[in-house]
Design a protein. Structure first.
Ligand code: PBG
Length: 325
């Protein structure tokens, strides 16, 4: 054999041949776009640490949803910033809560979008933790009951999928049970199954006004050092009835996404979180990175790692760029 035996560059000579052997194709159909609903009318307030991301009142959310659907993005996930907070996050499951109102408005407008809701208490509690506090820590079982009520109220308002993000033990089963008992056995659960206790949620906590007032979330979210435990969480959630499982954050946990994708037979989602977004935006604003290029590269990497669905604040821009291509 003449030297060199292998010339992989043969398949990289021009765009047409590269496109023939490309292994991963990103599409707007892969994206889920996060939205923050707040009280009021005509409110569209930019989040300081997340340029291009806004807290929006229900009317603005509906307008935004039309654009999201037009871009070919199939789903949004709603987070609520309630009128008022208390110890047990009672606004989370109110019929007139912001999220419930937003769901009804989107459905009334007949927008062709899957409406996913984030099910958690941290945006609704005065202390900012993801559940009720007993003896200085989040009490698991009483919290699970409240989360089930919250999920049911979202579905009663018209939510298509519920996504618990609290990391309490047993919440997927409790949500599945309450939905089934109320004739919503056809509504899927997307569980934040392997959710790490991450510094990359910083900007989100400004967006959702949900930073814990004392301590941190280490007693319920996962230790970033753990891989085997992620598999336990994921398999456990599937056993409890999760239809889709999520790994979160995405970029520092691509190894976990791959491992989960190899191990399960349900769709895998990954959350490209607020800090991952802000980091890129900050570097781009200093002209240190080319935004379009790095964003498409990052999202492609998350998909290549094994994510079938990507929750990302870049969804709208990426969908536009993919259409231009
Ligand atoms: C609520 C929740 C968080 C995120 C999604 N749902 C924050 C947290 O756990 O503190 C983070 C999303 C992001 O950073 O973009 N529990």
């Amino acid at each position: 054999m003449p030297f060199p035996m292998h010339r992989p560059r043969r398949l990289r000579r021009n765009e047409l041949i590269r496109s023939m052997v490309r292994e991963t194709a990103l599409s707007p159909a892969d994206f889920i776009y996060p939205l923050f609903v707040c009280p009021g009318k005509g409110v569209k307030k930019e989040i300081r640490s997340m340029p291009g991301v806004f807290q929006m009142s229900v009317d603005e959310i509906v307008r935004e949803c039309r654009e999201v659907a037009r871009l070919g993005i199939p789903a949004i996930i709603l987070f609520g910033i309630p009128e008022a907070k208390d110890e047990i996050g009672s606004h989370a499951s109110m019929e007139q809560g912001v999220v419930q109102q937003a769901i009804r408005a989107i459905k009334r407008a007949k927008i062709n979008l899957i409406v996913i809701t984030d099910v958690c208490l941290c945006e609704y509690t005065s202390h900012g933790h993801c559940g009720v506090i007993e003896n200085g820590d989040v009490a698991n079982d009483p919290t699970v009951k409240l989360l089930a009520d919250e999920a049911l109220s979202h579905v009663q308002a018209g939510a298509d999928i519920v996504a618990p993000s609290d990391m309490m033990d047993g919440r997927v089963r409790a949500i599945r049970e309450i939905l089934d008992e109320n004739d919503f056995s056809n509504v899927p659960i997307l569980s934040y199954a392997a959710k790490y206790c991450s510094g990359f949620y910083g900007p989100f906590r400004e967006a959702a006004e949900s930073a814990p007032k004392f301590g941190d979330r280490r007693s319920y979210q996962m230790d970033p050092a753990n891989r085997i435990e992620a598999m336990k969480e994921v398999l456990n959630d599937i056993e409890e009835g999760a239809d889709i499982v999520m790994v979160k954050p995405a970029l520092p946990y691509l190894d976990i996404i791959r491992e989960v994708r190899n191990a399960v037979n349900v769709p895998v989602a990954a959350y490209n979180v607020s800090g991952e977004y802000s980091m890129v935006k900050a570097a781009v604003s200093k002209r240190w990175l080319d935004e379009r290029r790095v964003v498409l590269e990052l999202l492609t990497s998350i998909k290549r790692a094994g994510a079938d669905l990507i929750l990302t604040y870049f969804a709208k821009d990426a969908a536009k760029w993919l259409k231009e291509k």
